[in-house]
Design a protein around this ligand. Structure first.
Ligand code: G3P
Ligand code: CA
Length: 269
């Protein structure tokens, strides 16, 4: 029965494509969303920030420099912060060539464009509120947009959406505004602190290095805000041996740039 229970837990382990299938297409673009779908993965993760004129966009870094050609298009605008550019300016940028010439047409998507693509692909989303200290009120704004896109109905809330942040304040704000949303705190709180996170976070989404079987078990003994045991997802797990080790610890999900590698590791061992 113990082996059976282990197999059941592993079968239920959720594989989440980090920034889309970001080992195979430029991160946080619609191409990365589509690549995840083509590989057969339902869950993807993204990062949401805000432009100078108040539009929500999907990009990881606080600046545009690493993942776009902003330095060529706007040479005088260093340090090229997302929050210092309008949505129209950002729409002119190439967000794919840095990854490979065949992605030269890729753009930084608005959150609306992104949600439409995820909906069209019937995918599920771990939405990260990135750098919320730079964007006052962004939590309410994201929830408004999600509501408009049909992502706050009961079906989506039950099994299609998780909102996460490294900012506990931001996660607490989301839970307060819309308690039905599944939320995750990004970090690795000490075991003694877990009950205070359990008031507003359904999950702990932790870097893989600090995780252990004992820590994962401790999380599972604590009830989250929806009267279910808290879960734990590990990031960013790109190697087969790491995926197997974390599955052995009992994690509920793995966030990865290489979802195919993780799937093969978990099926084949
Ligand atoms: O989903 C977890 C992971 O995305 C957190 O780190 O820096 O990739 O946003 P980062
Ligand atoms: Ca992220």
């Amino acid at each position: 029965p113990a082996a059976q229970a282990g197999a059941t837990a592993r079968d239920r382990l959720v594989v989440v494509c980090h920034r889309g299938a970001s080992a195979y297409a430029p991160e946080n673009t619609l191409a990365a969303v589509d690549r995840a779908a083509a590989l057969g993965f339902g869950w993807i993760e993204n990062d949401v920030q805000r432009t100078k004129d108040g539009r929500l966009v999907v990009i990881h870094d606080a600046t545009l420099a690493r993942t776009t050609n902003v330095e060529q298009v706007f040479p005088g605008r260093a340090p090229w912060r997302v929050k210092d550019f309008t949505a129209g300016e950002i729409a002119r940028l190439d967000a794919g060539s840095w990854f490979g010439s065949r992605y030269a047409g890729a753009h930084v998507p608005t959150l609306t464009q992104y949600m439409e693509r995820v909906s069209r692909n019937h995918q599920k989303l771990v939405l990260e509120i990135k750098n919320p200290q730079l964007y006052p009120g962004i939590e309410r704004q994201i929830l408004r947009l999600l509501g408009r896109e049909g992502w706050l109905d009961r079906g989506h809330l039950r099994n299609r959406l998780i909102v996460q942040s490294f900012s506990a304040d931001s996660v607490r704000t989301v839970h307060g505004l819309r308690p039905g949303i599944r939320t995750a705190y990004l970090g690795t709180p000490r075991v003694a602190e877990l009950p205070s996170y359990a008031r507003f976070a359904d999950q702990i989404n932790s870097a893989q290095a600090p995780l252990s079987a004992g820590y994962v078990s401790a999380i599972h003994t604590i009830q989250g805000p929806h009267a279910k045991p808290m879960k734990v997802f590990a990031w960013t797990v790109n190697r087969a041996d790491d995926a197997r080790r974390l599955a052995g610890f009992g994690v509920d999900g793995i966030i990865t740039n290489t979802p195919d590698v993780v799937r093969r590791a978990l099926n084949g061992s």
